[in-house]
Design a protein around this ligand. Sequence first.
Ligand code: HEC
Length: 257
Amino acid sequence: MIDDPHKHGSDELQSHLEGEGLNVRDVHGAILREKDDPRDGYEPIPLWLVSAFMALVFWAGAYLAFNSGGFQSDVYNPTQVSWTGGGGAAKGPPDPMVVGKRLFTANCVACHQATGQGVAGQFPTLVGSEWVLSGDWHGDNHLVQILLHGLQGPIQVKGSTYNGAMPPWKQLKDEQIAMILTYIRNEWGNSAPPITAEQVAKVREETATQTEPYTQNQLKAIPAIKYDSAPPAAPAEGEAVPPAPTEAQPAATPAAA
Ligand code: HEC
């Protein structure tokens, strides 16, 4: 048997220390009370931080999913109808109630509101408006004209007077104006025949010299045209029979004041 050198050594150390009046356990105890030396390494990430990070990732993913427009390259194409076409013209003819609404939201809502009802005293309503539905002395051509060139000065809409200024929209394409008009004529309970891009193109051509927004009186002097005598415009001639032969003249007679 070979003597264990370590054991032997520690015995030697012990007796040596004892000789000095020190106890091994005391010495170790002092060492054990010391803090660990700092070492390289990683603390575990706190749980709250992990959950906060995961919540952020989840929120970002949801935000992207809802607002990415399906990652289509033509997300900002205002005439696009569906997400399914994939980077180009939508299949089939665009639906004016979809595209028109989008264009209306982009261009008209600030003043006329999403409800079409405008702001009392400032922006006239489009709901049941004789301007939109070509009632009274108004024609479809007048509606296209004010969209192309704007409208200013005092006007009457459903018995209320407004005196503002509507900017021209001639920067929009014929088909875009046609879709907006078809939309506003058939939303919010309105119902009137559609306006086509060809009709807008014709008015654009005929009114090319117009530089200022129209006034109501100017428009009144322009003969009204109804493009489509389909549902509402049955009595095109003769303007129907006034219900009673009283003195109550339709307010249209004293035109161009
Ligand atoms: C900057 C505000 C503003 C914007 C934007 C605007 N309008 Fe107007 N709109 C007016 C004002 C003001 C009048 C009345 C003008 C007047 O008093 O002479 C008016 C009048 C009208 C009228 C005739 C009156 C009526 O109520 O029927 C129609 C139709 C109309 N706007 C449609 C539109 C459409 C469609 C758009 C979007 C392409 C649009 N407007 C964008 C301010 C605006």
